[in-house]
Design a protein around this ligand. Structure first.
Ligand code: 5GP
Length: 135
């Protein structure tokens, strides 16, 4: 089954496009969290970050910076979030790789993605060691 984003790439579904090149496409999110909430997708239909070859990781990052700069210049937010969900547990709904750019204004009602926790130095070292074994 083809993704809704592939259908946008093919022009089968309308979208407010912001930028396009051979590897990436950016357009407004249809259900925006804020005015100017944009998506940047990799054109090939790959589900998540770990599925992307290096050239697509780079291409999406460059398009994200380009579109974020345009959003900042046009809308003058106080800041912006770049968020990318991988897997249903992380909130991913469309399994076609994409990055969210969400403009933020002081006092807006959006919530932070996490609450800061605490961890002992021993536990921090242990988790670092687990990850380091795979770097
Ligand atoms: P996810 O939760 O997968 O990271 O985010 C998927 C995003 O895609 C959602 O914010 C949703 O509003 C957006 N979206 C889903 N379908 C469409 C569509 O047909 N057009 C556009 N422009 N955005 C869509």
């Amino acid at each position: 089954m083809i993704s809704v984003f592939t259908r946008i790439v093919r022009g089968e579904i309308p979208a407010f496009k912001l930028y396009e090149d051979d590897l990436t496409l950016s357009f407004l999110d249809i259900n925006p969290a804020a005015r100017g909430h944009a998506l940047v997708i990799a054109k090939p239909e790959l589900p998540g970050l770990l599925d992307l070859p290096p050239e697509l990781v780079s291409a999406v990052a460059l398009t994200t910076q380009r579109v974020a700069r345009a959003i900042v210049e046009a809308l003058k937010p106080d800041g912006f979030n770049v968020i990318q969900n991988n897997g249903a547990a992380a909130g991913q709904v469309v399994f076609h790789y994409h990055v969210h750019i969400i403009p933020r204004w002081e006092g807006d009602r959006l919530v932070k993605l996490w609450r800061s926790g605490t961890m002992s130095m021993d536990d921090l070292r242990a988790v670092a060691d687990e990850i380091l074994a795979h770097i």
